[in-house]
Design a binder for this molecule. Sequence first.
Ligand code: UT7
Length: 331
Amino acid sequence: MENKITAAIAGVGAYVPDYRLTNKELETMVETNDEWITSRTGIKERRILKEKDAGTSFMAIRAAKTLLEKHDIDPRTIDLLIVATATPDVQAASTAVYTATKIGAINAFAFDLDAACSSFLYGMSVAAKYIESGRYKRVLLIGADKCSSMIDYTDRATCIIFGDGAGAVLFEPNREGLGIQDEYLRGDGNGREYLNVKSGGSSRPFTAETLDNREHYVKQDGRTVFKNAVSMMASAVETILDRNQLTTDHVHWLAAHQANKRIIDATANRVGIPEEKALVNIEKYGNTTSATLPLLLWDFEKVLKKGDKIIFATFGGGFTWGSIYLTWAYG
Ligand code: UT7
């Protein structure tokens, strides 16, 4: 009998804008300092998309093209393209379908997927199902966010954290059992009051008053988000480890959402994964929401080896969270 189909990552691409917003520059914008930001978050700089009228697709297109060129893949062979994002270009028109058209993926259907900072993780689950079922052979999953479009650069509680970026991964069928092994995804709608953009959605459309009140920017209760992020990511990872009879010795890498270095450290610590196994690049990009996981894969691709066991974990607005266990398929 033929081996069962698993969904493996066959390539990675990325794009980050050139402009670096450093802690030093933030010191000139709000009452903060490099020492506070570094010790409380681990962030040194973030990238900001400055091009006029450029939205999330600007970065998604470039991340996708990087991947396609690197692996010499004809975009017409892509069956499905998903853009995981909390910051679509415009309302009521899919960022993914625009991205697909611009990269020449003319045989693909495409849609956006929004689960805040867990968008990419949930997207991995969706991509895997289409591959595992045998329906499609090439699913391009892009995590991209222009966080700067919803940040209040007078609010020191949020502007120091977020940055812009995009990463893309290609999922293909695998017959060696490599790729996505298991997932545990959850959410709690009661959490949405602690992290959101209050206006601009259907429940509270923009008015002159909402704009005056700066309700079109992200607001968060950082401490509550922090506590929930650690406990939910840690328990999701523990569930995945238990269910798959994995000890932390079996795990090669923890790829956790990059929201705060202290959240990553505390999560790793709680589940007993040593610090050196936790992939970290938050110092360069800050929290890029849907792009953190593919940017980690992009930055660490060279150290990943075929068969490496990677545990992904995210936590985000909503609340949304979860963990995915994947074995790396090349390298
Ligand atoms: O992806 C999911 C999205 N978000 C997150 O995961 C973020 C989760 N939360 C966090 O990362 C942290 O809560 C923050 C980085 C947002 C804040 O760090 P914290 O250690 O929780 O600080 P805090 O909010 O408890 O504030 C401690 C102090 C306060 O001063 P007082 O009241 O102790 O005098 C703040 O006013 O630090 C002050 N503070 C700052 N000081 C300098 C808050 N922000 C700043 C700042 N610079 N940027």
